[in-house]
Design a protein around this ligand. Sequence first.
Ligand code: IMP
Length: 178
Amino acid sequence: MHTIISVKDKQFKPFISEASILKAVQNVANKINAEMSAKNPVFLVVLNGSFMFASDLLKNIAFPCQISFIKVASYHGTSSSGAVTELIGLTEDLTNKNIVIIEDIVDTGVTLEKLYNVLMKKNVAEIKVATALLKPKSYNKKYPIDFVGIEIENEFVIGYGLDYDGYGRNLKELYIIV
Ligand code: IMP
């Protein structure tokens, strides 16, 4: 029985079922299998939110691949640009590698832009992006989002790895704010 759930001060209602999510993830896997199998890619899983999508997606990738886990951290350094972005956990040499970034959700694209900027400096061959969810009306960057699970409106969702203030990541369905 699906009911409204409370997370801290907010309420959420069921939005997208587990079956629909898994179908969309399988479609993403099929596209990546068709397009990337000869490219020996490195999948870069952007933590925390992508853990559930990454797990379901990568189980359905049908060719040998490398998988790494990264976190994006911003801090104010002394450079003229102000905020400096760092990728925590990125230790291997990615020179000439074909990268597939695995994101939970692309909203404005600010996070993706930061990832791009850091990865470009590492002389990678190519960057592709796979995301479980995309908010196309919010996204305003130039980078192509190559593999999209489900497009949603500009509303706040939790579940399937996504959180509200740290809660909700474990939900296997998506919930939307009431
Ligand atoms: P960006 O605006 O594309 O940089 O998205 C930044 C981050 O905001 C995402 O990686 C998520 O962690 C978070 N985010 C964006 N929209 C949602 C949402 O609807 N629910 C939970 N987190 C979100």
